[in-house]
Write a protein of this length. Sequence first.
Length: 275
Amino acid sequence: MPPDPLLSRLISAFRDVPGVAAIVLGGSRARGSAHPTSDHDVGLYFAAASPLDTERLLAAAKEIADDPAATTVTPVGEWGPWIVGGAWLSVEGRKVDLLYRNADTVEAVMKSCHAGLVTMDYQPGHPHGFCSAIWMGEIAYCQPLHDPEDLIARLKSIALPYPRPLRDVLIQRFQWEISFGIENAELAVARGDRTHVAGSLYRSLACIAQVLFALNQRYLINEKGALHEAALLPLTIPHLAERTDDVWRLIGDGALAPACDVLRNIDRELKVLSQ
């Protein structure tokens, strides 16, 4: 039983909900990088043959929520095929995010990733898109809270150690887009289109993070803070965090061409690092 009384309470509330095959702690709290106000990301894994009973889940959530009358849970699939569904709760004054995962679908995606096949899909909340390898990272980094059938333990054996085919395909998929984004930004500089420049350079920066995480055989599970985290990896670009901040400062000052130049230099250094 985890030492955090809140987690113990969450386990007790949800483990007997029909369909709940496993409960995990994810996000920054699972990775040990949380701050005191960080959310508790709690994954609820279910099997296709035993779907999650969301009515019973709602009843369980209402019993522990600070405001039962305002508590809701979504149907499965409400948030799309990748985030799937869940709930935003306040329990004991602390934020708890419930996230559904179909274990059968997760396993199929993970096996594809392990073989070097990834997809990238539009997903609100993920401005760079949802890379299917995120599910590998969720499993690799999560802490099982309730796993009576060793479901999560079995899935971890797919995610760990980090598979070389996944590393290679992520570098191949995202490295070319870095210079492509810069080229698109440079075309927009002549028009003074700051929004298009910023959007194009954001894509390039996100791809830089993807490549650096792959080079280090680390899973990137969220764009938030990814570049500053990438700056601390063993294989990285010198002064990456500061240079990223320079890009946004220059864009804000209207110095669009110099912002592109900063990224051009980072791209050159990353190509050398990738060799």
